[in-house]
Design a protein around this ligand. Structure first.
Ligand code: GLN
Length: 501
C-alpha cells in the first residue's frame, strides 16, 4: 500500500496560514505526523524537533494573532527542514559523521536564521552523505535515506534526506547544499525542484565547510515558485561571510509567469553522453521540443571542456576538503578518542580522526592532501585550477556569444545520466558514483546558478522513476533561470508528490 505525506506546497501552507484557514501549529503537527508515518521507511531525518517545533509554532501563531501574518514574515508559520550540515543553535549538527555525532552548535547559520526571521518553523534536520561527500546518502553514519518513488533505491545525494522529505510530502521545503550537484542531483532523482544559487548569493556562514569555493545553500521544493519564495528569504549579503555577494536581492517571483518566447536556449553537444540512460535521452529530447514549441530558440552550443569537469572537481573539492577537515582534531570539535597515559598528542589526533571519519571522507582527505603536497601541487591542483578556468570560459563564451552570434540566455543539460539507482549498486565503485556528477559539477566550478526541474518519468523494473533536466544561467541570473524553469514546469504538469511504498 502506498502512502502520501501532506500535499500542500510552501505557498499553499503560507496562504492557508495567512488566510486563517490553518494555524502554524496545525501545519507543524501535520508535518510531524507525516514524518512519523513515513520516516521509518525513508530515513530522511536525522532529528525531528517535535516539542521544540510545536512551541515555535505556537509562538508564531501568537504573533500572527497580534501582528498579522504579513508583519510576522513572508513564511509566517510554515514548516520547513534543513540539511544536517547547517548549524542550528539547538539540537545537534552532525554532518552525519561519527566525529560530530554529539556536536551542538552554539549558533544558527545565516540561511536558517533568515528562514526563522521570516516566520518559518524548522521541524527537523535531514540526512546526508557524511560531510556532504557523496551522491546517494549511503555514506551517512545514520544509514541511507530511501527514494520515496522506490524505497529500494537511493534518493541521490548528498542532500538525499532533504529531497526524500520534500518528495514524500513530509515538509514543503528543505534546504540543501550543493558543492558539485548535491541539490540538483537528488532533486532530479526524487522528482522535485532544486536550485543551486550563484556562488555568493547565499551566505555560507554556519554551513559546515566541505569545499569553500564551491559550496552553496539552496532550496529543494515541489514547485519553482516555492524555490523562488525561499530564495527571496535566504539570499543576500552577510557580514559574517566575506564571499557573500554585495548584490541586490531581486524579487525572484516577479517574472515566473512571463512567457519565454524569443529566449535563446543553448543545447550543448555534451548533453548527449554515451552513458545516458535511454529514458534520460528521451526526456531530454522531449524537453528540447517542448521549449521549442513554447517559442524558445534552440541553439546548438559547445562546452568543449565539460569532459574535464569531473577530474577538475575531484581534485579541487578534495583539496579544499582536506584543508577544511583539518579542524577536526579531537580537541576543538566533536569526538575525542581515548588515549592511554603513555600515549601522545599525535595518537589522540590520529585515533580521533580514524574513529570519527568514514571511508569516503578519508578517501577525500587522502586525495586532497596528495594533490596539495609539494611535488604534486603543480601536476594536480594547479592543473585542476586551469581546467576550472577553461570550464568557466566555455560558459562565458556561450552566454555572451562569439563571432557576431548572440549569446544564449540559458543552457539546458540533463541533471543526471540515469534515474535513481539501487542502494548498494554503486557503493563499491567510487568512480561510478563520481560519474553521477558529470552534468552538475561544472556549474559549481564556474560559480553559476543552476536548477533541476522534473521533466518526465522513466520506467525501470516496473517502477516509475522521475527524470530531471537542468537549466543553467549566467551568474546572478536567477530571475530568468526561475522564469524559464517555471514556464517549463507549467507546460507539463507532473506529479511531484511521491506515493511512498
Ligand atoms: N556528489 C558530489 C561529491 O561527492 C557532490 C557533493 C556535493 O555537492 N556536496 O562530492
Amino acid at each position: 500500500m502506498s502512502e502520501n505525506g501532506t500535499a500542500l506546497t510552501l505557498r499553499g501552507y503560507r496562504d492557508a496560514i495567512r488566510g486563517g484557514a490553518m494555524s502554524s501549529e496545525d501545519a507543524v503537527r501535520g508535518c510531524l505526523a507525516a514524518i512519523e508515518r513515513l520516516d521509518g521507511t525513508l530515513n530522511a531525518f536525522t532529528q525531528v524537533f517535535g516539542d521544540h517545533a510545536i512551541e515555535d509554532a505556537r509562538a508564531v501563531d501568537a504573533r500572527i494573532r497580534s501582528e498579522g501574518a504579513e508583519r510576522v514574515g513572508s513564511l509566517a508559520g510554515v514548516p520547513v527542514a534543513v540539511k544536517d550540515n547547517i548549524c542550528l543553535s539547538w539540537g545537534r549538527t552532525t554532518c552525519c559523521s561519527r566525529i560530530l555525532e554529539e556536536y551542538e552548535s552554539p549558533f544558527t547559520a545565516t540561511a536558517a536564521q533568515r528562514l526563522l526571521d521570516a516566520g518559518a518553523v524548522i521541524v527537523g534536520k535531514t540526512n546526508l552523505d557524511e560531510f556532504a561527500m557523496g551522491s546517494s546518502t549511503e555514506h551517512s553514519c545514520f544509514g541511507p535515506s530511501r527514494n520515496p518513488w522506490d524505497p529500494e533505491r537511493a534518493p541521490g545525494g548528498s542532500s538525499g534526506g532533504s529531497a526524500a522529505a520534500v518528495a514524500a510530502g513530509m515538509v514543503p521545503m528543505a534546504l540543501g547544499s550543493d558543492t558539485g550537484g548535491s541539490i540538483r542531483q537528488p532533486a532530479a532523482l526524487c522528482g522535485i525542484v532544486g536550485v543551486k544559487p550563484t556562488y555568493g548569493r547565499v551566505s555560507r556562514w554556519g554551513l559546515v565547510a566541505f569545499a569553500s569555493s564551491l559550496d552553496q545553500i539552496g532550496p529543494m521544493t515541489r514547485t519553482v515558485e516555492d524555490a523562488a519564495l525561499t530564495l527571496g528569504v535566504i539570499c543576500g549579503e552577510d557580514a559574517l561571510d566575506s564571499t557573500s555577494a554585495r548584490v541586490e536581492v531581486p524579487d525572484f517571483t516577479a517574472r515566473l509567469e512571463e512567457p519565454i518566447g524569443g529566449l535563446r536556449i543553448g543545447v550543448p553537444a555534451q548533453a548527449r553522453h554515451d552513458e545516458n540512460h535511454p529514458d534520460v535521452t528521451r526526456v531530454f529530447a522531449e524537453t528540447v521540443e517542448r521549449l521549442r514549441s513554447m517559442g524558445a530558440e534552440i541553439v546548438d552550443v559547445d562546452l568543449p571542456h565539460m569532459g574535464a569537469g569531473i577530474a577538475a572537481y575531484y581534485i579541487v573539492a578534495p583539496a579544499e576538503a582536506s584543508s577544511n577537515l583539518a579542524r577536526y582534531d579531537g580537541i576543538r570539535y566533536g569526538r575525542r578518542a581515548k588515549i592511554g597515559r603513555d600515549e601522545d598528542l599525535e595518537t589522540l589526533y590520529s585515533r580521533s580522526r580514524s574513529e570519527g571519519f568514514g571511508g569516503e571522507v578519508r578517501r577525500r582527505i587522502m586525495l586532497g592532501t596528495y594533490a596539495l603536497s609539494s611535488g604534486y601541487y603543480d601536476a594536480y591542483y594547479n592543473t585542476a585550477l586551469k581546467a576550472r578556468r577553461l570550464i568557466k570560459g566555455d560558459f562565458d563564451a556561450v552566454f555572451s556569444g562569439a563571432a557576431g552570434a548572440p549569446g544564449v540566455h540559458a543552457v539546458l543539460l540533463p541533471s543526471t545520466p540515469t534515474p535513481a539507482f539501487r542502494i548498494g549498486e554503486k557503493i563499491d565503485d567510487p568512480l561510478a558514483l563520481y560519474l553521477e556528477d558529470i552534468f552538475t559539477v561544472t556549474a559549481n566550478l564556474a560559480g553559476i546558478p543552476g536548477v533541476s526541474v522534473p521533466a518526465g518519468f522513466a520506467g525501470v523494473d516496473g517502477k516509475r522513476l522521475p527524470v530531471g533536466v537542468q537549466l543553467l544561467c549566467p551568474a546572478f541570473g536567477e530571475v530568468n533561470l526561475l522564469r524559464i524553469a517555471a514556464q517549463l514546469t507549467a507546460s507539463m504538469p507532473l506529479e511531484t508528490l511521491a506515493p511512498v511504498g
